[in-house]
Write a protein that binds this ligand. Sequence first.
Ligand SMILES: Nc1ncnc2c1ncn2[C@@H]1O[C@H](COP(=O)(O)OP(=O)(O)OP(=O)(O)O)[C@@H](O)[C@H]1O
Length: 263
Amino acid sequence: MMDISVNGLSFSYDKDAILADINIEVKSGSFVCLLGQSGCGKSTFLRLLAGLEKPSSGKITIGNEPLTNASLQRGMVFQDSGLFPWMSAGENIMIAIKQKFKDMSASDRKAEALRRMKDVGLDESAFNKLPKELSGGMQQRCAIARAFSIDPPILLMDEPFGALDAVTRSNLQNLILDLWKQETVNRKTIFFVTHDVDEALLLATDIFIFGQSPSKIIHSHSFCREKKLDSKSIYDDPNAMELRNELIKIIYDEVQKKSSNTY
Ligand SMILES: Nc1ncnc2c1ncn2[C@@H]1O[C@H](COP(=O)(O)OP(=O)(O)OP(=O)(O)O)[C@@H](O)[C@H]1O
């Protein structure tokens, strides 16, 4: 099991304290959504989980091992897809597969890339297209296929659907949920940054809200997994709507606190 513990984690860029004493426990296979106002340090927290930054103090432990460096154990998906613009969609996925499965033949890599593309709803015609020849939604599908192709136990997603229209966004929310649920054994642990409370309600097993920086976790909520609602029923459920209002109020109050400190 790859449970994740974050203990007394603090982080500063030079003298700017960004995160202060973050403590969370996440069970392997959870879908964790991170909410909080812009600039509070959510992306920085993901970078620490990725091993791209080192904590100023405190530690992150994954399955009893301290996190020390970046690793293929943790995949990342960003808002802007992060695909190499000079490579085709297929090559972007194949290069990731090559990193992980060094001995795999070129033809097997191609077959695997095509399989991963199919899993995310991209057909063969997208394989040879450059990212700029794909829509924003298709680029994100490709980025998700690339992240899943190295099969990391932990997936870090930084506002992956933030730049998409509502319909594409909803389709991709369902896609990521389906891909995550499909793995009944060794399900991935996903950390997903979003500004959208509705998105968090739909996707998360666990929600953490970051406060203003230097940021602490100011609120957390875990769902009873069996009772999770889908996108069709969530707005008809009074408990879900009550929780939605509570979360929005917590974020709003925190933003107000910051405004009253600033002006
Ligand atoms: N490389 C860096 N050097 C110095 N400061 C940085 C660096 N990267 C981010 N910051 C600062 O750290 C703070 C937190 O940034 P971060 O991107 O983690 O916030 P966020 O919550 O993800 O914001 P948003 O929701 O707007 O993406 C911000 O004040 C930002 O300006």
